[in-house]
Ligand binder design. Structure first.
Ligand SMILES: [Mn+2]
Length: 317
């Protein structure tokens, strides 16, 4: 589709001139896409417009405060907007239904692949919600605590609670503006960064117990058998792969996860200059420099470690 890149003001103008919105979030929804969708939806409702939100996957109950008190109603869809969607593929099962129907995409991914008529993008924004915040302001909508809680969540979760290198002074300025509206940001950060279910704690206990060190402690690996995943729901199983890398002195951390039918999935993480993408590509995998993965079939975890170790050793030395 031929796409035109437009300014924040023009995006606001388009939204003001339209009604009966469907706002699309990406599949496997994260805090940014959910927060943008609900923040924008609340703003459109405030202008007396009809708007609803759709996503291929359901939203975690950890975000339930975002839709508290919202009513979406039934209406014929006229205007389709996407938020934080980098590629039509990321619409998941909704892709076919909305093919060629997205009027405006608001996004912040440098890698954005056009699928919309108009694109409003700030590729260096730490969260899409920074741009959504500006669009809402440009529409002349007075913010409130509901909108602020949604956008704050989006920014906090996309920046690892303001820890990532993507954070800029503007990120903090927008977050500070949002904090002027009353909402429980401390509780939001607790829920999204500290809160763990008992099942997750029990799973972590097992993981910590099973960590094995190699290469004088420069490499840490933990095997995650299938039954470990039976004990937690998928949301609780996020981020296991990051655990070994947190350990002091460890340059390459890996989890070896048991999948179905003798398949083991390796997730590798590195600090600093070690390129795990290179390591994993030797075994038919791929990813990014500091986060990559590969799979093995019909090998024991010990045999997998034995195969990988010479390659890891070369990379860390
Ligand atoms: Mn995002």
């Amino acid at each position: 589709m031929n796409s035109t890149t437009i300014s924040i003001e023009k995006a606001a103008e388009i939204l003001k001139s339209r009604d009966n919105f469907t706002i699309l979030s990406h599949a496997n929804p994260d805090g940014d896409t959910v927060g943008c969708a609900h923040g924008l939806c609340r703003a459109l409702h405030k202008m007396g417009k009809k708007a609803r939100i759709r996503c291929a996957d359901s939203f975690s109950s950890r975000f339930s405060y975002m839709w508290e008190g919202m009513e979406f109603g039934d209406f014929p869809e006229e205007t389709v907007i996407s938020v934080d969607v980098a590629d039509a593929q990321l619409l998941g099962d909704l892709r076919g239904e909305y093919d060629g129907k997205v009027l405006l995409a608001i996004d912040h991914h440098v890698s954005h692949v056009d699928f919309q008529e108009y694109l409003c993008i700030e590729p260096h924004a730490a969260a899409c919600a920074q741009t959504v915040y500006k669009v809402i302001k440009a529409m002349g909508v007075e913010l409130d605590s509901g909108i602020a809680a949604c956008l704050y969540t989006a920014i906090a979760t996309d920046t690892g609670c303001f820890k990532f290198a993507s954070v800029t002074p503007e990120t903090h300025i927008i977050a500070a503006e949002l904090m002027k509206y009353e909402f429980d940001f401390a509780d939001i950060n607790y829920v999204h960064f500290d809160l763990k279910t008992k099942e997750r704690i029990a799973a972590e206990e097992r993981i910590y117990r099973e960590i094995k060190y190699f290469l004088d402690g420069k490499c840490a690996i933990v095997v995650l058998p299938k039954d470990l995943f039976d004990s937690v729901d998928s949301e609780d199983a996020n981020g296991f792969a990051d655990i070994p890398r947190r350990i002091e002195g460890v340059e390459v951390g890996a989890t070896i996860k048991e999948r179905k039918n003798g398949v083991w999935k390796v997730s590798m993480r590195s600090k600093s200059d070690v390129d795990v993408q290179k390591i994993c590509s030797e075994f038919g995998g791929g990813g990014h420099k500091n986060a990559a993965g590969c799979s093995f079939e019909n090998l024991t975890p010990d045999a997998i470690i034995e195969k990988m170790m010479p390659v890891i050793e070369k990379a860390v030395n």
